[in-house]
Design a protein around this ligand. Structure first.
Ligand SMILES: Cc1cc2nc3c(=O)[nH]c(=O)nc-3n(C[C@H](O)[C@H](O)[C@H](O)COP(=O)(O)OP(=O)(O)OC[C@H]3O[C@@H](n4cnc5c(N)ncnc54)[C@H](O)[C@@H]3O)c2cc1C
Length: 477
């Protein structure tokens, strides 16, 4: 029977990064991939955020040279109404914080993300693991774990092989066999997992450069919150939905995006042709559950690590892969692969930067479920954004249906009507995050709110009681 220090199920980003780290630490490492070649599961969006330049710059330098790479500097939101009209376009842009936040080799990177196909990214990471000395076995499905006195002691493959290892790492994605067979968790509950249909479009590269440029797009409206991740010569359109919210089925929602006239016009402009249709599952929850047991650790999607705000998960998979491999090295060197040492893995990922992702998990999931997945709220939001845009100079000139000041007043009236409804939402879902808002910003909000309340009160009422109530609500002394 083959014997390894570490056996890893799965060669996605998490599994490969864990294999790379373990091999670099001198551990005899094997990792298994069910596909014929790594990266066959072209599942992910796949946008890599700016933090990659801070945390994995050596990988980003290689990613920049891969064939499907597109440099990303902004995110463009295409806001559509319930009749599929394009209401407005909102774009993020460079902020003055850009230069301060992430600098790499003298270049500000706080607004530089990346789009890369998984069929490029995954082989890059797996190759790095193999170069470090890990052994990769493709076309091999892990079907079970081996156990001795309750401790996980290896993996079983579909070829009937029994692979003995001091430490097993479950990097086998959302449907993790390792997680279930080792008894760490059962199948995800419906409110912990999303179903994401995604379409891959092939495009004319030059036209993509001209029409889209260095940007990701998002289609946002009462019936959609769809991402459009743009690569060198194509894009992914996808959206997801928790399994417990089936009033709107993801497949129906994505069909709806395909019918949006502005989406179709963009497709014509870039010569888009459908290339592949996929449906995948993605754990999306407030925070990960238990991530280890005797002899075994779960990383990436297998452990439920994607971020609770936007389901980003490749960064999380690589970080947990690194932490799990480091913990494995420690467990092997001190001869104790039991929970006594492996609990350090959980202690590690609970620390910043990864642990910070889940600090507001509950609030982020609630925010998302009650906005993008609530068509009634989104109808109001779309209307609000549209009206707000209109109030912005020079838009009033466009509405010539009445004299300008009457039109201006109509729109202002609508915005004011919508504000109480939106502030109800803010009170319910945004204020609960107040402990995360900095003291300086809370001071600013308190002064603004109490100032505007006091201004409406008769002169004989002093300011201080108002100030004190507002400050208390915001958790200030
Ligand atoms: C449609 C979609 C879009 C996404 N977009 C983004 C994005 O833009 N940016 C981002 O950061 N994240 C994105 N995510 C999330 C991200 O893809 C995952 O969080 C990330 O891929 C997790 O990495 P992983 O290595 O844990 O698992 P996976 O990427 O799922 O890799 C698991 C690997 O293990 C293999 N495997 C599975 N079971 C077995 C087995 N039993 N035996 C052997 N091999 C096995 C699989 O074939 C696969 O190669 C997206 C997810 C989806 C579904």
């Amino acid at each position: 029977m083959a014997k390894y220090d570490v056996a890893i199920a799965g060669a996605g980003p998490g599994g490969s990064y864990a294999a790379k780290t373990a091999a670099e630490l001198g551990l005899k490492t094997v990792f298994f991939e069910r596909s014929r070649k790594v990266g066959e599961k072209n599942a992910s969006g796949c946008g890599l955020g700016q933090r990659w330049w801070r945390d994995f710059p050596e990988i980003m330098e290689k990613v920049e040279k891969l064939p499907s790479y597109r440099d990303i500097h902004s995110c463009i939101f295409k806001i559509v109404d319930e009749d599929d009209n394009l209401v407005t376009t909102i774009s993020t842009t460079k902020t003055k914080k850009d230069a301060e936040r992430i600098m790499y080799k003298g270049i500000p990177r706080a607004m530089s993300g990346t789009s890369i196909y998984r069929c490029d990214l995954d082989p890059l990471l797996a190759d790095l693991a193999c170069e470090a000395g890990a052994e990769l076995r493709t076309s091999t499905l892990v079907t079970d774990v081996m156990k001795e006195n309750g401790r996980v002691t290896g993996l079983v493959t579909d070829k009937g092989e029994k692979i003995e290892a001091d430490i097993v790492i479950g990097a086998d994605g959302a449907h993790s066999i390792v997680a279930i067979k080792s008894g760490i968790r059962k199948r995800w509950r419906k409110d912990q997992i999303t179903l994401i249909p995604q379409i891959d479009f092939k495009c004319n590269e030059q036209r993509l450069d001209d029409v889209i440029g260095p940007a990701e797009w998002v289609w946002f409206g009462p019936f959609c919150g769809a991402y459009q991740v743009n690569f060198r010569d194509g894009f992914h359109l996808g959206l997801g939905q928790w399994l417990d919210i089936w009033a709107l089925k993801p497949a129906d929602m994505i069909k709806r995006v395909l019918k949006i006239p502005a989406f179709q016009a963009m497709c014509r402009a870039v010569d888009a042709e459908m290339r592949e249709y996929q449906i995948h599952m993605l754990p999306w929850m407030e925070k990960p559950g238990k991530s280890y047991a005797d002899g075994v650790m779960l990383i990436g999607d297998a452990g439920g690590f994607p971020c609770p705000l936007e389901g980003e998960g490749v960064w999380h998979a690589c970080f947990t892969g690194k932490y799990a491999a480091e913990t494995a090295a420690e467990a092997i060197s001190n001869g104790d692969p039991t929970t006594r040492t492996l609990q350090k893995y959980e202690a590690k990922w609970r620390q910043p930067p990864l642990g910070l992702e889940y600090e507001y998990g509950k609030e982020f999931v609630a925010l998302w479920k009650n906005s993008a997945f609530n068509p009634e709220f989104m109808k109001k939001m779309v209307q609000f954004l549209g009206e707000l845009q209109w109030l912005n100079f020079p838009s009033p000139i466009f509405d010539w249906s009445d004299d300008h000041m009457s039109s201006f007043n109509d729109h202002l009236g609508h915005v004011l009507d919508l504000l109480p409804e939106l502030s109800e939402f803010a009170e319910k879902y945004v204020i609960p995050m107040k402990r995360g808002i900095s003291d300086t910003n809370r001071e600013k909000i308190a002064n603004m709110i109490s100032g505007s309340i006091s201004a409406k009160l008769p002169g004989f009422i002093p300011d201080w009681p108002v100030k004190s109530i507002v400050r208390k609500k915001l958790g200030l002394k």
